[in-house]
Design a protein around this ligand. Sequence first.
Ligand SMILES: *Cc1c(COP(=O)(O)O)cnc(C)c1O
Length: 416
Amino acid sequence: MKELDKKNIWHPLTQHKTHPEVLPIASAKEALLYDTNGNSYIDGIASWYTCMYGHCNPYIINKVYAQMQVLDQIVFSGFTHSPAVELSEKLLAILPTNQKKVFFSDNGSTATEVGIKMALQYHFNQKNNRHTILAFEEAFHGDTFGAMSASGLSIYNGPFEKHFIDIVRIPVPNSKNGAEILKKVTELHKNKPLAGFIYEPLVQGAAGMKMYNAEGLNLILQFCKQKDIICIADEVMTGFGKTGTLFASEQIAIPPDVICLSKALTAGMLPMAITTCSQQLFDAFYSNDMSKGLFHAHTYTANPLACKAAIAGIELLTSEEFIENRKRIHKAHINFRDRLKNKSTISNIRVMGVIFALELTKKMDRYGSSRDKLFLHFKNKGVFLRPLGNTIYILPPYVITNAQLEQIYEAIWEIL
Ligand SMILES: *Cc1c(COP(=O)(O)O)cnc(C)c1O
C-alpha cells in the first residue's frame, strides 16, 4: 500500500521530498486507531477533533445506514428534506438564542468563507461602504481564499498573499492589553470602516491551542455591536463540547451574529459544515430584489446522510453519558496539570474543557525535525498526538478511557 500511495497521492500539509513515511491505517474503533500491521494507537486528537463520540460509533452508523436506504442526495435549492429540518431544530435549540437561520456547506473553510461573505454582503445590500474584515494575529480559519486571507499563520499563506481580501489584524486579548486593543480597533474602524470581525472564541486551535481572555474578547464584541460590525465566531474547532460548554461563545457575554461549525458537527462520519446567523443579518438579504440573496451553494449542500450523522452526534453530545465523560476527562487533565507543576522543561500548561496543552521550553519549527522526533516517540508509545512546533496538546474523543488517558500522560511525562 505504501508504494502505491507514494506513486499516486499528494498529501495535505506535506513536503513529499523530506516527509517520513506515511502510516497506513486499516480500521478504527472508539478511541483507537489500528494500522495495517495490527498495532494500535490512541487517537489523542480525535482525528483533528472530529470523532468526538468515538470512531465507528454504532449509534451514528445505524442512523446514517437507515437514511442511506431512503434518500441519499438531493439538490437543496428548491427542495428540502426531513434530516436537514430536524437538524436545524436540534442545532438552533443548543446554540446561543439569537441564532435563527442555518446555512449548509461542506467543510470548515467553506463555513468561514460563507460567514465572511454574509458580513460583506450584509453591508453591500444596505449600500454601506465597508469592505474590510478584522481578524486576530495567528488566527486560523481555513484554506479557501477568504478563509486563508483571514488566517494569520504565514506558513500556509505565503504564495497567495497578493490575492487576499482586505484584512486588518489585532493581537488576542490578555489580562492587560484590553484597552490598548480597543484603541487600535477604534482607529482601524475610523481608517477603513469594518464590515466584520472573525475570531476563534477562547481558543486558537491551529496556533497551538492558545487560550485567551474572555473579558477582552467581550470588549471587542461590544465595540463591534455598537458599530454594526458583523461578529463571526469560528467554532469549527471549539464547537460541540470541547471547551467545557457546548459552544465557546456561551462563555462570552455578547453572542456573535454568525457562527461557523464543522469538524465534530457530523461526529467524524461525513464532511459537512453549517454557518448560522441572527435574524437581523438574514433580514438584510430578504428582499424582492433577487440580487440581494446569498448566491453561494455547494453541490452536496445539506447532504441527507451527513445531516443524519449530525443529528445523532447532537443526541450523543447532550446525553448524560457524554456530559459525564467530558467532566471526567477535564478532571483527569487538571490532575495531570498539577503533577507537572514543578517541571522546568515546560511552560504554559493550560486546560479548558477537554483540551490540554503545554509548551516545551525547547524551541522547535512548526513542522521541523525535532517536532517529527516527538511525533515518532508518541507513535512508538502507541499514542497519536500531533505536536505543533514545541506545543503538545491533547484533545481526545469523549469515549477515551481513564487508562488510555493515563497512557497519553505517561508518553508526555517521558519526554520531559
Ligand atoms: C479546521 C478549522 C477550519 C478549517 O476547516 P476545514 O474543514 O479543514 O476546512 C477553520 N477554522 C478552524 C478554527 C479550524 O479549526
